[in-house]
Write a protein that binds this ligand. Structure first.
Ligand code: F0G
Length: 354
């Protein structure tokens, strides 16, 4: 068997790279598409989970970052910069380290998952926390990129979108077609834009006949697109998508509309339930990722899914980045003496016949 080579080498002819582009890769992409028995039973569809948390830094951002950082190196940038709710900073820090570039990240006031912060720090990024929201952090970064010699690697950078569209290529490679419905969380709205571009390109080259209906989900307390206005103080337990003024707002709306789909919201309670449901089937995704499954269940409740249809839910990030919620919902481990009898009793084991 051969090793997966990362999205640039796997999809080189479909990405904006040339022979002189230095490839900065951690072998991202090639993530598992896992069939969910429980969600399939519950919805009457064939439900597939795209585990983007299996990327090298634990989120889908790596698909875009390999392209953005490679292009930054090609154009001789010395430093890269991003605003982030956590995952972008983790990915930017790792790829910048791989490339030997300086990396600065600006994160909002309030909680960013500890694992994500740890990643940015361990890879040597300079981390600044500002007394403001993600949206304010992004504005600061955009202005810095205008005034100083630094490359912005947020999803406003077109190379990020190019890389992230490869998720759609992989789904089509595996299913041999586009799904009927594609469900995903929406934060800054770059990723839904990217997936739509990926599916559309698959149609243009004749690899699929039909396109999926896109169903994007914001968290109810951070749902500017649903409300039709900027949210000044977004709040949600899904900190990755705690965003009040998405940079790719209009492109996300256009993608959802073109696909005959929608961008809606799900409550934190529904997100938490979906998170636990996924975990109960062996999949540890972060809270923001669970928004897509919460959305899927909402579609099922409203009877808006066609029976037997193929559904892909994108699980954008790894649950290990933010274990607090996993631990909060569970009983702490029992402390016992190192005794076989005590352990057997607590495990509820029965004696074998022999
Ligand atoms: N899921 C996760 C785990 C994320 O980290 C993000 C975005 C999204 C979904 C939403 O994707 O912004 O393209 O609509 N995280 C960004 C960050 C904002 O800074 O890490 P989007």
């Amino acid at each position: 068997t051969r090793q997966w080579l990362g999205v640039i080498e796997e999809y080189r002819d479909r990405l904006p790279v040339g022979d002189s582009t230095p490839v900065v890769t951690l072998r991202e992409g090639g993530t598992p598409l896992v069939h969910s028995t429980r969600l399939s039973e519950r919805t009457g569809c064939e439900v597939w989970l795209k585990l983007e948390g299996s990327n090298p830094t634990g989120s889908f951002k790596d698909r875009g970052m390999t392209v953005a950082i490679s292009k930054a190196l090609e154009t001789r940038a010395e430093a890269v910069l991003c605003a982030s709710t956590g995952n972008t900073s983790a990915s930017a820090a790792a790829y910048a380290a791989k490339a030997g570039l300086t990396c600065g990240v600006v994160v909002p006031r309030g909680k960013i998952a500890l694992g994500k912060l740890a990643q940015a720090l361990v890879h040597g990024a300079t981390v600044l926390q500002i007394d403001g929201s993600f949206d304010a952090a992004l504005e600061v970064c955009q202005e810095l990129a205008r005034r100083y010699r630094v490359e912005l690697v947020n999803s406003t950078n077109p190379h990020r979108i190019e890389g992230q569209k490869t998720g759609a290529f992989e789904v089509v490679d595996f299913l041999g077609r586009a799904p009927d419905v594609h469900v995903m969380p929406v934060g800054n709205a770059g990723n839904i834009t990217a997936w739509w571009q990926g599916y559309r390109e698959e149609a243009e080259v004749g690899r699929v006949d039909g396109l999926p209906v896109l169903r994007g989900y914001q968290a109810a307390g951070a749902s500017p697109i649903v409300r039709g206005e900027r949210v000044m103080e977004p709040t949600t337990i899904a900190t990755a998508i705690r965003i009040g003024n998405p940079a790719s707002w209009s492109r996300a709306v256009a993608a959802a509309d073109e696909s005959q789909g929608s961008i809606r919201s799900v409550t934190d309670r529904a997100i938490l339930q979906a998170y636990r449901l996924l975990a109960g089937e062996g999949v540890f995704a972060e809270m923001a990722s669970a928004a897509s499954v919460a959305g899927l269940l909402d579609l099922a409740d409203r009877a808006e899914l066609s029976a037997g249809g193929t559904v892909v839910c994108v699980l954008t990030g790894n649950g290990l980045k933010d274990p607090d919620w996993a631990i909060a919902g569970a009983a702490p481990p029992r402390m016992l003496p190192p005794s076989v009898d005590a352990a057997a009793a607590h495990l509820g084991l029965e004696r074998t016949a022999f």
